[in-house]
Write a protein that binds this ligand. Structure first.
Ligand SMILES: [Zn+2]
Length: 252
């Protein structure tokens, strides 16, 4: 696990993106700064202020979605930027100095980068977004608007609930129970109507179907429920309220 301090805010980094000197990216921890670095809820604004200061950003450089488990992807062009821009679950841009970020606590955060056209994307994919193919739709919009070089494009699947812990009911399993992702759904046992869903692999498949090379896809492989000591996990929190951590990317 690559951990770095950005001006005393501790963050997780992806191997494939940390080599790139044309961008910054990060995933925050539960304890990135202080004991409870929740980026949503009551103290969210205060924690964003700390993060912005660490990254030396103005509020106008920040794009925060109102995430709605949809397949809506927004292109941040000259018309829309700034805090809380819009409803949706995918963001793309080729503008420098604009931080695209998503908030999660079990759902899958995905960062995308094409080094050829210098285009970035950030996606929030829970089971709903994954079933609506949000990640594939994000890649499609990047192709359409910015003609990305798909064979060079990198995608990173961040810390999120793993196939070890993501138990779903038959209703959810059935939505995915079709080729080619059938193999990524495991029935708990033959008497059970509970299933384990592998959102990491299903999203990876969508990226590969969109034309990305497997060698350009990185999966953090860190289950937030197993590692609820370092990341927020809605499942681990059960009925109590949990925080959210941020995964973001920005072109320099
Ligand atoms: Zn797990």
């Amino acid at each position: 696990m690559i951990i770095k301090n950005i001006n005393s805010v501790k963050v997780y980094l992806f191997e494939k993106l940390q080599k790139e000197n044309t961008l910054v990216h990060f995933t925050t921890f539960k304890k990135s700064f202080g004991e409870d670095f929740n980026l949503s809820g009551r103290n969210g604004a205060e924690h964003w202020k700390i993060l912005k200061k660490a990254l030396k950003l103005e509020s106008s450089q920040l794009v925060l979605l109102k995430q709605i488990h949809s397949d809506i992807v927004i292109d941040i062009d000259d018309k829309n930027s700034g805090l809380s821009c819009c409803k949706g679950d995918g963001l793309i841009t080729n503008r420098r100095g604009i931080l695209l970020s998503v908030l999660t606590a079990d759902c899958v955060p995905v960062l995308i980068y094409d080094p050829t056209t210098k285009t970035i994307g950030a996606v929030h994919a829970g089971w709903r977004g994954t079933s609506k193919r949000i990640v594939a739709k994000t890649i499609n919009l990047m192709k359409e608007r910015y003609s990305i070089d798909i064979k060079k494009t990198i995608a990173c699947i961040g810390p999120s609930i793993g196939p070890c812990c993501y138990e779903v009911g038959k209703d959810v399993a059935e939505i995915f129970y079709e080729k080619p992702v059938k193999q990524f759904i495991k029935r708990r046992d033959k008497y059970s109507d509970k299933y384990f869903l592998d959102l990491w692999e299903i999203n990876k498949q969508q990226l590969m179907e969109s034309g990305l090379l497997e060698s350009n896809i990185e999966t953090a492989g860190i289950c937030t429920r197993c590692r609820s000591d370092i990341f927020y996990s809605a499942r681990a929190a059960g009925k109590s309220v949990t925080g959210r951590f941020a995964t973001g990317i920005m072109l320099l």
